[in-house]
Write a protein of this length. Structure first.
Length: 158
């Protein structure tokens, strides 16, 4: 089975390469201010995204077809009695879309937000998990014998 994030995250690999070569501005702007980490742990993927200062009520996670969309809003403090001397922290609406491949249980995604970090847990679909397949064959005497073969995940999967 192919890794459902492989194609999607080829671009991320390029961004990591740009980071390593010192092109930080390009990588930071490409993430839209929403940097993320993604890893596989057993039968699910975990995506974490830094969203400091975001009101949890503004976070929206949705899936349509194979597109995972994450939106959040960070508001600037407004106070008419304050004279701002510097206002460098970004604000506004942020959005990030990821196209995911087949083999994920998108209807079972769970999300949590803690200490400025959004975490999504995306299970691998049951039909995409490795399973045992019974193989029947006839021995030299003509009697049928059952052999059990276990499907092994490829190195790229885990």
């Amino acid at each position: 089975m192919t890794d459902p994030f492989t194609t999607t995250f080829d671009a991320m690999d390029r961004l990591v390469g740009q980071l390593a070569s010192g092109a930080r501005t390009t990588a930071a702007s490409a993430s839209g201010g929403m940097p993320l980490d993604l890893f596989r742990a057993g039968e699910h993927y975990v995506l974490t995204m830094d969203l400091p200062g975001v009101d949890p009520g503004t976070i929206d996670v949705s899936v349509e077809d194979r597109t995972l969309t994450i939106r959040a809003e960070r508001s600037q403090r407004t106070d008419p009695d304050v004279q701002w001397l510097a206002r460098e922290r970004p604000s506004g609406t942020y959005a990030r879309q990821l196209t995911v491949g087949r083999g994920l249980a998108l209807d079972k995604i769970s999300a949590s937000y803690e200490d400025g970090v959004l975490s999504l847990t995306i299970p691998v679909a049951e039909e995409a998990r490795p399973r045992r397949i019974e193989v029947a064959h006839r021995a030299g005497s003509g009697a049928a014998t059952q052999i059990t073969a276990e499907a092994e995940p490829r190195a790229s999967e885990g």
